[in-house]
Design a protein around this ligand. Structure first.
Ligand SMILES: NC(=O)c1ccc[n+]([C@@H]2O[C@H](COP(=O)([O-])OP(=O)(O)OC[C@H]3O[C@@H](n4cnc5c(N)ncnc54)[C@H](OP(=O)(O)O)[C@@H]3O)[C@@H](O)[C@H]2O)c1
Length: 250
């Protein structure tokens, strides 16, 4: 069934799912030296990013559809090592029709998976690493990372040399990554925002109240030196959830 959203802002109209991540092809031109980076999160009305350690209970069918459509639109996807572990990441695009649609738009059939770890505590047991068709770039501070069946390029550095900015620059200049989707979690997102490496935020708010100190907000880590300012680009609605899109003010 074709999914569409009710746009509330800027102007009221129906927006088909495929049109939500508009202009992605040209977004890479907006920044130089690193990928144009879009973060995607779901949260409850009280700002929680998990229920009992998982994001899935916050995410309904429309949010999941948008999650996959964003993946379908980008050159690469980054997720923190805890998110990879908890959400048990596998192949980036499982649907052959979606891989075909990407190829028709001049993209690789699947986005590159980006892993950054200073400690080397990477969950190699998740399906992503045993998938021969998965393409991974792993920046690691570990001496001897485990062999994997996936197509993986290892960038080995001293732990103190592993940096998100360095990884971003290399992704753009060496791997040609023009658009990058950050799928969280809160710790990685906090570090990316602190380094001014994020350009847009897609935030789904689900009409649930969750509570619980153990359920984090979408951004974790030390307080930002300055609160990051964002500008509202659009508001969509479906099934009582709001789908907000913001641009970071530079
Ligand atoms: N609601 C949502 O939309 C959503 C989305 C994603 C995840 N989640 C939830 O969030 C939770 C996981 O998030 P998390 O915050 O615990 O962990 P995370 O952000 O997924 O991963 C954190 C890890 O990223 C690595 N990293 C690499 N470079 C870093 C840097 N410069 N600064 C900080 N970290 C860096 C670190 O590994 P090293 O220490 O090895 O460097 C760190 O331990 C899960 O419960 C998941 O379900 C929710």
């Amino acid at each position: 069934m074709a999914i569409s959203f009710r746009q509330i802002f800027p102007e009221p109209k129906e927006v088909p799912l495929e049109a939500v991540p508009d202009s992605f092809a040209s977004l890479g031109d907006r920044v130089a030296g690193r990928p144009y980076t879009v973060a995607n999160f779901v949260s409850s009305l009280d700002g929680r990013a998990t229920i009992g350690g998982r994001s899935a209970p916050l995410s309904g069918p429309s949010d999941r559809a948008l999650f996959h459509t964003l993946r379908e639109s980008v050159d690469a996807v980054i997720a923190g090592t805890n998110t990879l572990r908890v959400e048990r990441y596998g192949r980036m695009i499982k649907d052959p029709a979606a891989r075909e649609r990407r190829a028709q738009r001049g993209l690789a059939p699947e986005p590159l998976a980006v892993v950054v770890s200073r400690t080397g505590q990477v969950p190699y047991e998740i399906p992503l690493f045993s998938e021969p068709e998965a393409r991974i770039v792993e920046f690691t501070g570990a001496d001897a990372p485990r062999p994997v069946a996936a197509q993986r390029e290892l960038i080995r550095l001293r732990p103190e040399e592993v940096s998100l900015r360095g990884a971003m620059e290399r992704l753009r200049t060496v791997h040609g990554v023009r658009t990058l989707l950050c799928e969280g979690g809160p710790t990685l997102f906090g570090a990316l925002v602190a380094e001014n490496l994020v350009d847009e935020l897609y935030l789904t708010t689900t009409p649930l109240l969750v509570g619980g100190e153990s359920n984090p907000a979408i951004l974790a880590g030390p307080p930002l030196a300055e609160p990051a300012g964002l500008e509202l680009s659009s508001v969509l609605e479906r099934d009582g959830s709001l789908f907000l899109r913001f641009a970071f003010r530079s």
